[in-house]
Design a protein around this ligand. Sequence first.
Ligand code: C5P
Length: 231
Amino acid sequence: MPDPRARLIVALDLPSVAEAEAMVSRLGDAVAFYKIGYQLGFAGGLAFAETLIGRGKQVFIDMKLHDIGNTVAQGVKSIARLGATFLTVHAYPQTMHAAVDARAGSKLQILAVTVLTSYDDADLAAAGYDFTVPELVAERAAQARDIGIDGLVCSAEEAESVRAVVGGGMVLVTPGIRPAVAEADDQKRIMTPSDAIAAGADYLVVGRPVIAAADPKAAAEAIVKEIAAAR
Ligand code: C5P
């Protein structure tokens, strides 16, 4: 496992590059890994990702790709050229095959999203699936493993059962992390950093508990300390 600081991924869920730049400079050496999603990505964040990479930071592009294979492959190649470390795709076999093939020869690792954590069994039924959430998560995790996907995004609550399906060869990245003292915000299934590590998470994605804290750097340092102490 990388050092504890490298296991914290701070979600730059901010509306502009200027605000992201200010946050990154406040966080300084406390944070080595950033996640850029729709909000910042579609507001100049992809160019900013390159800037961060040029400064030695690692970047997770959370764009949850899903399209015909050729389109996914070309998108993955562009993200690989940026120098990103992680990119998310939805866990559909055709999409996963295309992404894995297209990242070959780069340092980019593909993470699959099994079932969005906002979905429950009723949402799956409404979308036409005859599976419960745990059944579909396990099925897609096994497919991701067989296709050669590098890792999975899952809730910390799912981490233990997903780890049992995929074994030790894939990275597990878990959002929905709340240090014991933080507010839950709109996350329904939350875990502390120590519990998530104990459940088998390799990397923790944390947004608001860091970027909305009165002292973001102190908040990040406290989480890294908790990661370091966890088993
Ligand atoms: O602010 P908070 O810590 O809740 O941010 C969590 C981050 O992880 C957000 O960027 C959110 O989009 C992302 N995420 C999540 N649940 C998932 C996948 C990604 O909360 N299942």
